[in-house]
Design a protein around this ligand. Structure first.
Ligand code: THU
Length: 156
């Protein structure tokens, strides 16, 4: 028997510390996409911006449904779209935001477990990790790979 621990390296920023204009622009795009979410049941509008390594940027948002489990989170809408259309262009980074009552959440939005599973498999599939940025109004958190969000992940 051995007691083990898992490290979770992440970087926390206040928005004023972000020097990368690319990230600021991705946050703005994700916020604009959150405004297009279809979330009549939760009122929680999630927006995602995904940047591919060739510079293309795609946005997505959550799509709810009267049959609740049929809805899909913003992260999976975006990841499945880029992988359906650009399977050979790796993702460089993705940014997540959320809005409630037309206002960005103060704290970062952290992805649900199912989205983490899809993120780790997306990184595995492209064979290089991608950054995940979770942006709140007051605080942002970045991990260098989705693996850090889902230790002991399901593997086949
Ligand atoms: N949601 C996302 O789109 N992404 C997340 O990371 C967390 C939750 C959506 C699902 C549902 O439409 C709403 O937010 C409330 O859970």
């Amino acid at each position: 028997m051995q007691s083990k621990e898992i490290r979770l390296p992440y970087i926390e920023f206040s928005p004023s510390e972000i020097m990368d204009a690319g990230i600021t622009s991705l946050v703005e795009k994700a916020l604009a996409s959150a405004d297009l979410a279809y979330a009549p049941f939760s009122g929680f509008h999630v927006g995602v911006a995904i940047e591919l390594i060739d510079g293309q940027i795609f946005t997505s948002n959550n799509q709810e449904n009267k049959a609740y489990p049929s809805g899909l989170c913003a992260e999976r809408v975006g990841l499945f779209f880029v992988q359906a259309n650009y399977p050979d262009i790796p993702i460089k980074r993705m940014v997540l935001v959320a809005k409630q009552n037309d206002r960005q959440t103060d704290e970062p939005v952290y992805p649900c477990g199912a989205c983490r599973q899809v993120m780790v498999e997306s990184a595995e599939r492209q064979e290089i990790p991608f950054e995940v940025w979770m942006a709140g109004k007051n605080r942002m958190v970045k991990v260098d790979t989705p693996d850090y969000l889902l230790p002991l992940k399901f593997l086949l």
